[in-house]
Design a binder for this molecule. Structure first.
Ligand code: MN
Length: 260
């Protein structure tokens, strides 16, 4: 009975048999924002301004004004974010069916590879090797790429911009195509500032984690953290973006339910 399932979940949460892990970075003015070449519009950094703090501007209350780009910090990419997803009426933050915001996660540990090679690319062969150990990625799951990139604490090392572009690990176009066409995933998530590899501007197609995923109405998550606390399979993610009218994405709190 569904009610029984939910009551057992509530009990497991109360006893700690199921834990809630926060996969979100703290949002602050120093939060790194993706850098584009100067001919393109720029996303603003996070800004926060005190309205009152139990003072003469408001003796009994504390609150702030905030301003930020939709794609700032730990954030959600909606299908409409990319031109390939532009015709999806149910691809905006306010129109994506809410059921897609709760889904299981498969976590592919690429931390050793990313430590050895900052431009490491996940390929279909890596995914199939992972499936050989942990089982087939179920339809409708999130696939998360653990790189430990979130442990880079300065904006410079996190963005890792070099003369030839950002040196940041990510998926190859073939890996993204595999996850869409062969596994029909819910979406793709990473620890880096964006869902694509740093050098993905030169891929075919350019930015496949955006171009192909959003073209197939799949979702994205960027700047995740604590992926090292998740099991390879069995976690359930809760990822609702802000319900911005016609929004292309939004900062969000990403929570993972983990048994044991
Ligand atoms: Mn984004």
């Amino acid at each position: 009975m569904p009610t029984d399932v939910l009551m057992r979940l509530a009990e497991a949460l109360a006893t700690g048999a199921v834990r809630v892990i926060d996969l979100s970075q703290t949002l602050q003015p120093s939060t790194p924002v993706i850098q584009l070449p100067p001919q393109f519009g720029a996303s603003n950094p996070f800004r926060i301004e005190e309205i009152s703090h139990y003072d003469d501007r408001g003796p009994g209350w504390y609150w702030n004004n905030i301003a930020l780009g939709e794609h700032t910090g730990t954030h959600f990419d909606a299908p409409i974010h990319w031109v390939t997803g532009k015709d999806y009426r149910d691809g905006y933050t306010d129109t994506i069916p809410a059921g897609r915001f709760v889904a299981p996660a498969c976590v592919i540990d690429c931390s050793k590879e990313a430590a050895a090679d900052e431009k490491f690319l996940l390929e279909p062969a890596h995914i199939e090797a992972w499936e050989g150990k942990h089982g087939r990625i179920p339809k409708g799951a999130w696939v998360l790429m653990r790189t430990d990139w979130s442990k880079r604490t300065t904006p410079e090392s996190f963005l890792n911009m070099k003369d030839d572009g950002p040196h940041v690990p990510g998926p190859s176009a073939a890996a993204i195509r595999f996850l869409i066409e062969q596994r029909d995933v819910n979406g793709w998530g990473v620890e880096a500032v964006g869902t694509d590899a740093g050098m993905a501007f030169g891929f075919e197609p350019a930015f496949p984690a955006h171009h192909l995923m959003h073209g197939a109405k799949k979702l994205g998550l960027a700047s995740l953290t604590n992926l090292d606390q998740l099991p390879p399979t069995g976690a359930v993610l809760i990822t609702p973006p802000l319900k911005i009218k016609n929004g292309s994405g939004s900062p969000l709190r990403v929570l993972a339910l983990v048994a044991g």
